[in-house]
Design a protein around this ligand. Sequence first.
Ligand SMILES: Cc1cc2nc3c(=O)[nH]c(=O)nc-3n(C[C@H](O)[C@H](O)[C@H](O)COP(=O)(O)O)c2cc1C
Length: 199
Amino acid sequence: MDDGQKLHLVGLTNSCRPNSYNHMVLNHIKSNFQDLMDLHLFDISKIPFYEDRAETASFSHAITALSELISQSHGLIVASPEYNHSVPARLKNTIDWMSRMPAKPLLRLPVMLISASTGLLGGVRVQYELRRIFEATDSRVMIKPEVFIGKVHEKFSTAGVCTDHETSALIKNQFESFSDWMKNYSLNLNCFEENVAHP
Ligand SMILES: Cc1cc2nc3c(=O)[nH]c(=O)nc-3n(C[C@H](O)[C@H](O)[C@H](O)COP(=O)(O)O)c2cc1C
C-alpha cells in the first residue's frame, strides 16, 4: 500500500438503537477522514443468530455480504456499546459468524476499537472483552491509543454532532494512528506469515 492510497474500511457497531451514540461515533469518523479512507458502515441487524445447521447449509445473504466486504477491505473499525460489562450479543454473534466463514475475513485483519457509553468509564470493559475475542480470531487489534468515550450524551448532540473538542481530538489522534499503523503493517505483511493460526 503506498502512502497516498485511500484505505477501504468496514465499520461495525451493535446497531439496535436508532439514535445509537456508537453509530454517531462511526459517522463522525466516516465524515471527518474522507480524505484518508472510505468507511463502509455495515448494518448487522439482519444477521441471524449463529447455529450449526445454517453453517452446513448456506450462509444467509447478510453473512456472505459482510464476509466479502471485510475480505476486500484493509481493516475494521468497531465502535461498541458495553452491555453488562461485556460485548452486546448481536456484535459478538457477528464476530462468531465471521470466524466461521471459509474466507477467514478476520484473520490478520487490522482492527481499531472505540467505545462510547453513557456511563463514566466509556466502555473500558467491553474493549478488553473485544480484545480477547479478536485474539481468538487471530486479528490484529491496534494496542494504542485507546479511546473510551464516557458520558457520551454530554459529548454528542442529539443530531449526532461531536460537541466536545477533547473527544474530537482523541478520535482524530486514534484514527490517524490507525491509518499510519495500517500502512506500516501492510508493508510488513510478511512478518505475520509464520503466525497463521488457522492454516
Ligand atoms: C442492556 C444494557 C446494558 C448496559 N450495560 C452497561 C454497562 O455495563 N456499562 C456501561 O457503561 N453502560 C451500559 N449500558 C448503557 C449504555 O452505555 C448506553 O445505553 C449507551 O447509550 C449504549 O450505546 P448506544 O447509544 O450506541 O446504543 C447498558 C445499556 C443496556 C441497554
